[in-house]
Design a protein around this ligand. Structure first.
Ligand code: ZN
Ligand code: ZN
Length: 351
């Protein structure tokens, strides 16, 4: 059993208009306790939050090491929060996590969805869309938990439960807001993966072959460079092809990176991370296969120092605090409820 540094994304699908001001305070305090506990367990854990405004889902441009940023965003944006669309919010959150996965190593991603009876539930038509998405990302180190606050809707619970079970997450019910804190306290514990094997610093994950194309799409090809460059893995010049990471310009022999992929792939044998910037890179499958099976003789020694994760994260942290990004809802529901310009949410009796 092994654990990882965690990046938690809270999809805040609560509708503040449904609560008394004191109740919101309980929610914030519970979220703060969640973040504080996670920071206590692991300083390299990071946080983000997705909330719905009139213009669609909003979130911080990147995960932040500082949970204060989450609470500031939440409290300052609260008056503008409108009913969240569960489908679109899950889609946006998953897309965001996939994007971060492309250039951050050895993470477990957590998605925690807080919902109440103001949340627009997933309509039948979007179930296959989300199901398909989750089938692709379920092999990623991603766990989705859903917290239903004062919601009792067996049919919707069943739908949600089926979706998130694939990610090893659970559906939780909270009837009394005071129960939120102990629940989040439990969820703040690190998740373990029994299916990942740990040897030294490298994880070997099992990704089924049918999902290889998904990861191939996330990774980029290193660029072939013509000039003489020193290889950053074996420190030799040599006659073998030299390629370059398009993100940070690190150059390596193609064959050295193929060998590096043997111990550092992400669960798909030809996909690995640049040892300098952690960008997901891929090399031609046949070539990598031949290197791994010894048919192509690689340079014998790999001398690479990979940056400490927390140090790396600090380089990503915006000095003046993260900006809030607004995106269009990819699964917008053309519902009159979403058109209103007032932010006071009334209970919807029709659903
Ligand atoms: Zn080399
Ligand atoms: Zn790079």
């Amino acid at each position: 059993m092994t654990t990882r540094s965690e990046d938690s994304l809270i999809f805040y699908a609560l509708t503040p208009g449904n609560y008394q001001p004191g109740e919101m305070r309980t929610v914030y305090d519970s979220l703060k306790a969640f973040c504080d506990k996670k920071k206590e367990i692991d300083q390299s854990d990071r946080f983000n939050i997705v909330i719905y405004q009139d213009d669609g889902p909003n979130y911080l441009e990147d995960f932040t090491l500082n949970p204060e940023n989450i609470l500031i965003a939440l409290e300052s944006l609260e008056p503008m929060i409108v009913r969240a669309n569960m489908s679109g919010g899950i889609m946006v959150s998953a897309t965001f996590i996939i994007d971060v996965f492309k250039n951050i190593p050895n993470k477990c991603f957590r998605m925690i969805i807080l919902t109440d009876n103001g949340t627009l539930e997933i309509p039948e038509v979007y179930i296959p869309v989300l199901d398909n998405l989750i089938d692709k990302i379920k092999d990623m180190p991603l766990i989705i938990d859903i917290i239903r606050i004062k919601v009792n809707n067996h049919d919707d619970d069943m739908k949600l439960s089926e979706l998130i079970t694939k990610t090893r997450g659970h559906l939780h019910h909270v009837q009394d807001l005071n129960d939120l804190l102990p629940l989040l306290n439990d969820l703040a514990e690190k998740k373990t993966f029994s299916s990942f094997s740990l040897s030294d610093d490298t994880f070997s994950e099992e990704i089924p072959i049918e999902n290889f194309p998904f990861y191939n799409n996330l990774a980029v090809d290193p660029k072939l460079v013509i000039d003489k460059h020193t290889c950053s893995i074996c420190f030799k010049k040599g006659t073998n092809a030299i390629v370059q990471c398009p993100n940070c310009d690190t150059t390596s022999h193609k064959i050295c990176w193929a060998l590096w992929a043997k111990t550092s792939n992400i669960g798909v044998f030809n996909i690995f991370r640049c040892h300098t910037c952690f960008q997901l890179l891929k090399l031609d499958e046949d070539f990598v296969y031949m290197v791994h099976t010894g048919q192509l003789k690689a340079i014998e020694e790999i001398k690479v120092e990979v940056m400490d994760l927390k140090e790396f994260e600090e380089t990503l942290e915006a000095l003046d605090g993260p900006k809030i990004i607004s995106v269009e809802d990819p699964l917008a529901m053309f519902d009159d409820d979403l058109d209103g310009d007032d932010t006071t949410i009334t209970h919807d009796d029709d659903e």
